[in-house]
Design a binder for this molecule. Structure first.
Ligand code: ADP
Length: 524
């Protein structure tokens, strides 16, 4: 049996802004069900009710300052949830399940490099120090641990492992997996930040990177990425993570292909991802959370036999709650997600006048870019067939997933996407862009494909009006296909096929175990 330690910034339902949190909730639980010892290590962003204070402290570096972190511990569904307590995590997010990365959307905290470098250091001590099990009676995980580093925030862990432990003879059998959930965020920092990482100069080549565009904005003054005419030298944590891990994995095979195929797909990291043979394993879903038979947020529970009636009731409630005309005959599209260009949220807004002519309804739930949030809040006032809700609302997300006829995902890129998987479980047919994991998870009988939503050839560049209109047309292609089948026997068949599809974590978890086992064997 394996010892697996996920290091991450999000764990649903404790702290979540997107799919990363869902993965670090569901995948560890499935691995634990298989008998493996599994823990997650994440910042204590909030005072989680079920977490106890272990009284265990560890010295780490926050920039140049030596400081102490404290470990809190929850144990749920066979998984140990270890929380790294330090005021730089908790003070920034007082009792709110957001603002994990910055004071507002698209704006980073100025000390993110220090905060997340500290997380990796704190996580590395967990298998040595923190006893596991519901009462801590299992003892610590030990040295033969597989560290799964999730996204750029934890990409320096393999470097700290080598430098702070393996070079002193500790963790010699430990392995690292770099698990990529989103290539758009790479941990790009000015070179001057190297100093605060407390790593020797020999890692500088792995961390340095010639880029055409600047990292995510560093503070509230510079909210736009800079596109350079000449390459700029910057730090790139993800690059260093790829080069120093034992295995690089991402969340779907098609996204792995896209990331390794060209600079736009890999957001300039394509060659590195290719060199480390990035492979893809499609995400699963936590079937206990997303189950129309048991869902406590929807007015009628249903299975495949009772789907037609159940969905009808859910749709009526959804239409009513959103102030739309209550009519079972009008096809209803739902969108849930971050209001960012990645998700095509701008395309949906721009498509409103065209959608209005198609005799359908649309509900959009999301948070993100302030401009898109503002537009979203006003769509209902301008269009009686549409409702926009700009808040993070898991309850409404469940009702939309059950009550909508179609799940709309006009993503410009999509590493895996989870909403289409949830939708299928509820007999809600995905209408998706043909990108990333959407291609792997929505074969023809299970949904409708749009044309590709074009994106600027250079990352960081604004979407032009022309490109936006092309996006609208591409999305409408999929919407028209869906509307043409609405209410037909084929539509019924698709809904049932979706519901019968196994999108649980079972298969993906077995694939991860394969990867982990090969790694552990290779060491011996
Ligand atoms: P990403 O990780 O790129 O944001 P995913 O599709 O992988 O996208 O996962 C998004 C997750 O976040 C899903 O569980 C989705 O339901 C949830 N989500 C996103 N926005 C909202 C919102 N405004 N309210 C409730 N849930 C949301």
């Amino acid at each position: 049996m394996l010892n697996i330690c996920f290091v991450c910034t999000e764990v649903a339902p404790y702290c979540k802004t997107g799919g990363l949190g869902d993965v670090t909730e569901g995948l560890p639980e499935e691995l634990a069900k298989m008998g493996h010892t599994v823990c997650t290590v994440a910042p204590r962003f909030d005072q989680y009710k079920d977490a106890w204070d272990t009284d265990i402290l560890e010295s780490v570096k926050y920039g140049k300052e030596t400081t102490k972190v404290r470990y809190f511990h929850s144990h749920k569904k066979g998984v140990d949830r270890i929380w790294v307590d330090h005021h730089v995590y908790l003070s920034k997010t007082p009792l709110v399940n957001k603002k994990l990365y910055g004071p507002k959307a698209s704006v980073d905290y100025i000390d993110n490099a220090e905060r997340f470098a500290m997380l990796s250091q704190a996580a590395l001590a967990v298998p040595l120090l923190v006893p596991l099990g519901p009462d801590g009676s299992k003892g610590p995980m030990g040295e033969d641990t597989i560290f799964v580093c999730n996204d750029w925030h934890t990409a320096l862990l393999p470097l700290y492992l080598k430098e702070y432990y393996q070079s002193y003879g500790t963790f010699l059998n430990a392995k690292t997996v770099m698990l990529l959930h989103n290539i758009a965020f790479q941990g790009r920092f000015p070179m001057s930040k190297f100093d605060v990482l407390n790593l020797p100069e020999k890692y500088l080549p792995d961390l340095s990177f010639n880029t055409q565009f600047a990292p995510p904005p560093l503070d509230e003054k510079t909210t736009e990425p800079i596109t350079a005419t000449e390459p700029m030298l910057m730090l790139n944590w993800l690059k260093a993570g790829f080069l120093n891990c034992d295995q690089a994995v991402t969340v779907s095979p098609n996204f792995a292909k896209e990331v390794t195929s060209n600079p736009a797909g890999g957001v300039e990291l394509d060659a590195i991802a290719k060199a480390v043979a990035l492979t893809g394993i499609t995400n699963g879903t936590k079937v206990e959370t997303w189950n129309p038979q048991k869902d406590k947020y929807i007015p009628a529970n249903y299975d495949a036999q009772t789907m037609s009636e159940g969905k009808k009731l859910c749709k009526a409630t959804l239409q009513q709650e959103c102030g739309l005309e209550v009519d079972p005959e009008i096809p209803l599209f739902g969108f849930i997600g971050r209001l960012e260009n990645q998700k095509g949220a701008d395309v949906i807004m721009a498509a409103m006048p065209l959608l209005e002519k198609l005799n359908c309804q649309i509900i959009v739930l999301g948070t993100g870019s302030p401009k898109l949030e503002e537009q979203l809040e006003s769509i209902g006032e301008k269009h009686s067939f549409a409702k926009g809700v700009a808040r993070f609302d898991p309850e409404l997300a469940h009702l939309i997933t059950a009550g909508a006829d179609y799940c709309l995902m006009p993503s410009r890129f999509e590493p895996c996407g989870l909403n289409q998987l949830y939708a299928m479980m509820y007999g809600t047919i995905p209408v998706v862009a043909p990108v990333g994991g959407l291609v792997d998870t929505v074969p023809p009988l299970f949904g409708f494909l749009m044309d590709k939503i074009p994106m600027p050839t250079k990352p960081g560049v604004k979407v032009s009006e022309e490109l936006l209109q092309q996006g609208v047309e591409a999305m409408i292609v999929g919407i028209k296909k869906a509307l043409a089948e609405y209410g037909t026997p084929q539509f019924e068949k698709m809904r049932l096929a979706c519901m019968a599809n196994d999108v649980s974590w079972k298969k993906p978890a077995a694939q991860y175990v394969d990867v982990f086992e090969k790694l552990m064997v290779s060491k011996v």
